[in-house]
Design a protein around this ligand. Sequence first.
Ligand code: 5AD
Ligand code: SF4
Length: 375
Amino acid sequence: MTAKTYAILNYGCQMNESDAEHYAGQLQELGYKAAEDFHDADVVVVNTCCVRESAEKRILGKIGELKGVKANHPGQIVCVAGCMAQKDGEKLIKKHPQIDLLIGTAHVNGFKEILSEYLSEKGERVYNSLEVKESEFEGERIRQSGFSAWIPIMYGCNNFCTYCIVPYTRGRERSRDIESILNEIRDMHEKGFKEVTLLGQNVNSYSFEKEGETITFPILLDRVAKEVPDMRIRFTTSHPKDMSDDTLRVIAANDNICKFIHLPAQSGSSRILKVMNRKYTREWYLDRIAAIRRIVPDCAISTDLFCGFHSETEEDYQETLSLMREVGYDSAFLFKYSERPGTYAASHLEDNVPEEEKVRRLQGMIDLQNKLSEE
Ligand code: 5AD
Ligand code: SF4
């Protein structure tokens, strides 16, 4: 008998890429092999993202396509995982009956049991409680690369930026045991990996109590860097409100930590930042940039920015452009605001910048960044 096969269709952020490695690891433990083509796979996992409507639409198209694929492949199991599964649960299965299993963001490492139970016709179809499983950071995984490894150090987000769906789809912040992190990194080192990226929605608020000591992000980063001096260490994402001089000093002091910081600004206007609940001003943000330049000279800096949020005026927008010029980002991920049902903004802050205006502003940001990157 030939082995059963699986395919993973992954969308969205690096946390999803990391989760996808856990799905692959568990499927291989169950004896599945990677399929050449998802059309032929016995199990298809669609790992979803809903941070913007455009992502959601594209993924819904793919889920629709799987209806036809499954019709040609009776017995194929379609699993929808990630943030859309978390957010929409039951509703998704009702609309798309080709979905067999829905796996929310806190159930990644329970997938092996979930799938086995489903196959023995005992299990449920929807797993989207956000109750945290003890083992969520552990488990086998199949790495996409033999060079660079994702290492989740925390899950979830407590910041509730008014536009953002992530706190609802990933739940509250929880930090991983430092010993578990170090063990995984030692293991990657032994296996010949050259680079690790510490992952979290807001790595700077990492906090783990160990024997009466609070391990903060700079302490963790320093321990990791010294544990594997011949590996390159990266980390993402940093929230400007928590980007401390302590962390910058750790980066400066360790040659193997990449001199690269992703520091999402979101907007250059203090007024808009307040409406976004970002908890910092333009001045605070620029002070953090100055601290980076001072403590880690030659550090590359990238950002996320989006235009067209509730009440954004031409003046606010011009402040975003001027922030881009002032910082001179090495690269930037640029978006236009997309209202996400379920967020504070969706119910309290009208999506009142016309679409044509959002498109124009976004194009202005893209043109400017292209110019800056060239320079
Ligand atoms: N609309 C547009 N962009 C968003 N982001 C998060 N939520 C939204 C939204 N509703 C952007 C932010 C974040 C990045 C991952 O996605 O810039 O940093
Ligand atoms: Fe979303 Fe803000 Fe949390 Fe980032 S910090 S995940 S933008 S709520």
